[in-house]
Design a protein. Sequence first.
Length: 442
Amino acid sequence: MTLSRRHLMAVFAALPALGAAKKPPAPKKSFVGVKNGRLVLDGKPYRFAGANLWYGAWLGSPGPSGDRERLKRELDRLKAMGVTNLRVLGAGERSPAKAAVSPTFQEEPGTYSQDLLKGLDVLLAEMAARDMKAVIYVNNFWDWSGGMPAYLNWVGNGPWFQQGDPNHPWPEFADYSARFYGDAKANALFRRYLLSLVGRVNTVTGQAYREDPTIMAWQLANEPRPGGMEANADTLLPVYYHWISETSAIIKTIDTKHLVCTGSEGSMGCLRSEACVIEAHKPATIDYLTLHVWPNNWGWIDPKNQPATYASGEARCRDYVSRHIALAKQLNKPLVIEEFGLIRESRAFAPASATADKDRFYKTIYGLALDDMKAGGPIAGTNFWAWNGEGRAQHPDAWFAAGDKSFVGDPPQEEQGLYGVFDTDASTLAVIAEHAAAVRAL
C-alpha cells in the first residue's frame, strides 16, 4: 500500500520521540549530494577511503556494551590513516539465532534501547568532530543483527530458522528472509522504527538527524536480496522493487537533505541479474549504487586452497567491478564499493596471522577504484570490511557470545578475525593509508 505524504507526516508526528526535543543549531558543514551522476560536496567531487564499523553505536552506548574511550581511539586510528567515511549499523532486532548481536536496538517490537540510540548519538558527534561522514543502514537481510528474519518471526510469518541451518539448505534462507518485503505487518513494525530514527534528535549535539551533515546517507538494509531461487524471479522481483521504491520514498518524504541507497551487493545479490540491479536502482529516490565483492563467499577464490585459486578469482572480481561501473554509467548515478574482503592465509583469525593475500586483494580493489576516479568515473569511494581495531576474539574458538564487549568488524555469524583488520595488521594498514593518500591527492 502506498502512503500519501499527508498520511506519512501524520504518522510521523504521532510517533514517540527517540531523542530529546532541543532546538538544533544551524548546520556548519555541507551535505553530500549528487550532481551529473557523481557524489559532490561543497561543489566539488566527493571521493573517500572508508571502512565498515557496524558496532560504533555499541561502543558509544552508556550501557553495558559501551566503551566510549575505545570508540574515540578507533576513530582517531581510522582518521590518522585517512579513512573519512564509515558505514555503521543504526538498527538491530532481538534474533533467536545462536550467533547474533547482543544487546540490540529493539529487544521486542516497539521497545527501543535508549542506550544504543544514545550510542549512535555519541558516534555521530565524535565523527563530526573528526570531519567524517556516516552511512547508516537501518535493516539487515541476514539474521546476525535480527533484521528481516526477526521481523518475520515477530509477526508469525514462519516457521523461523536461522541462516546456515543444515535442515534448510541454500537458498531456503534467502527465500525465507525475502518474505519480509511483502509482509505488511512486518513492514509496519520496521517503518515505525525507521520513521522514529530518521526523525530523531541527537541527545549529544541537540541537532536533528535530518539536519546533520555528518550523515551522508540512509541505507535501506545490509545486502537486501529479492530472494535466492532464480526460478522464482517473476514472483520475487516485483515485490522487491516495490519495497525499495516505497521505502526510499518514505525516507525522502521526511528527510530531503540526505542521500538514500539500497545496500545491495550488486548482481550477485540480485538473482545474478544485471537487469535486476538496473531496475532496483532506477527510482529517483535511490541516489547511488552500492557494490560488495566477496570472492571467498561466492566460490571464486577457494578459502581451502587460496594460493592456487587466487588469480582466477581476482580476474572475476575485476570483471565484476567493471560491469557495475558500466551499470552505474547507464543509470548516470554514483557507485560505492562499500564492502570487500578476503580471508587471511590458512583461514586464520589471530591478529598475527599472515595477510599477504588480503593485502593483494585490497590493492586490486583500490586500484580499480582509483583508476575510475582518475578517469572521472562514477566510483566515489570504498569501504573495506571491516575495522577490528583493538577488538579481539574473547574465546578460543573465536566465536562471538552474548555479553562479549570486545566487538570486532566480523559479525557474530563469522569467526572474530576472519575478514576484519586489526590495529596490528601493519602491512594492511599501510595499504589502506597509501590508498587514502592517493584519493586525497585527487
